[in-house]
Design a protein around this ligand. Structure first.
Ligand SMILES: [Zn+2]
Length: 302
């Protein structure tokens, strides 16, 4: 048995897992505590410590290093967290502080990198593309984040932003992004921004799920236009990833990835913009669901 430990630090809950890396990442134990981010940064660090204490008690095991998936990324130059939607973490030396609190070493990556890693090693990629060397994973949900896995390892990059497709420029019509720039992929393809677009043309507020249902039913031209726009910019945006990286597989995650048109009309639209006579790149639905983040975090230590 080779137990590895991972933590998925989310905005509402912190989840931790111990899995057996020698046995297809079988779960040995899995626990969660609330993040309670409103109580501030120090509280989050103490919640992480509490959770690891609980896992030690439950398993009788003691880790020497732990992987953590975080919202945002650790800045390799400053050693502090950046680009996080859990804003109390921004600018904090989270890695150092958790290492101090736990007395062990921490490997940290953003949650989209952990998603990509888990799907590449254990999820849909080994099932569908067994010899994949380069995998691009993208989470299209509240925001849009991405990660690149090469030969089973996360590619971090000089600035810790490798794979951050969500903040590539896509189109001015997306408007201002929370990151301070304009027209980012996220301003067009994230769930909240799809809803915002629907409201802007229909004058009505609806949840994404309902917009998709109305488009499928053929009863709402504004819903259809929202999905047409999603398909168009999904194609334009993702084709640039393929031209640059030419990955062996792309895995989509997050709420927006449940929208079926991405896998037929969306794929056809990507193909229109790819610099090749045909597009062979498999664009896959994820397999691990909510577990990808915490499994990917554990895999960081390998
Ligand atoms: Zn942005």
């Amino acid at each position: 048995m080779k137990p590895i430990w991972g933590i998925d630090l989310g905005g509402t809950k912190i989840e931790a897992v111990v899995v057996d890396a020698d046995n297809r990442y079988q779960t040995i134990a899995r626990l969660r505590v609330p993040t309670e981010q409103e109580k501030g940064y120090e509280h989050i660090v103490s919640q992480i410590a509490k959770l690891i204490g609980m896992l030690k008690d439950e398993t009788g095991l003691t880790p020497t290093k732990i992987g953590i998936g975080t919202p945002g990324a650790l800045d390799p130059q400053l050693n502090t967290l950046k680009n996080s939607n859990t804003t109390c973490l921004i600018g904090k030396p989270l890695k150092d502080d958790v290492e101090k609190a736990l007395g062990l070493s921490i490997l940290m990556a953003n949650d989209a990198n952990c998603f990509a890693l888990a799907e590449a090693r254990l999820g849909i990629v080994p099932d569908q593309v067994p010899n994949a060397e380069v995998v691009f994973g993208v989470i299209m949900g509240t925001g849009v984040g991405g990660g690149i896995v090469v030969h089973g390892k996360v590619l971090n990059g000089l600035q810790g932003i490798a794979g951050e497709w969500g903040h590539n420029f896509l189109d001015e019509s997306g408007g201002l992004c929370y990151c301070g720039k304009t027209g980012c992929v996220e301003t067009i393809l994230s769930g909240p921004n799809l809803q915002r677009y629907y409201t802007s043309i229909s004058g009505e507020e609806r949840k994404l799920k309902e917009i998709v249902e109305r488009a499928q039913a053929g009863t709402d031209p504004h819903a259809a236009a929202t999905l047409d726009r999603l398909v168009e910019f999904f194609g334009k945006g993702l084709a640039s990833i393929i031209n640059l990286l030419d990955p062996d597989a792309i895995v989509l995650g997050g709420g927006v990835s449940n929208i079926g048109v991405l896998y037929d009309r969306g794929v056809a639209e990507v193909e229109k913009y790819v610099f090749n006579h045909k597009m062979y790149t498999p664009i896959l639905r994820p397999k691990l669901g909510d577990s990808a983040g915490v499994f990917g975090a554990a895999m960081l230590v390998e």
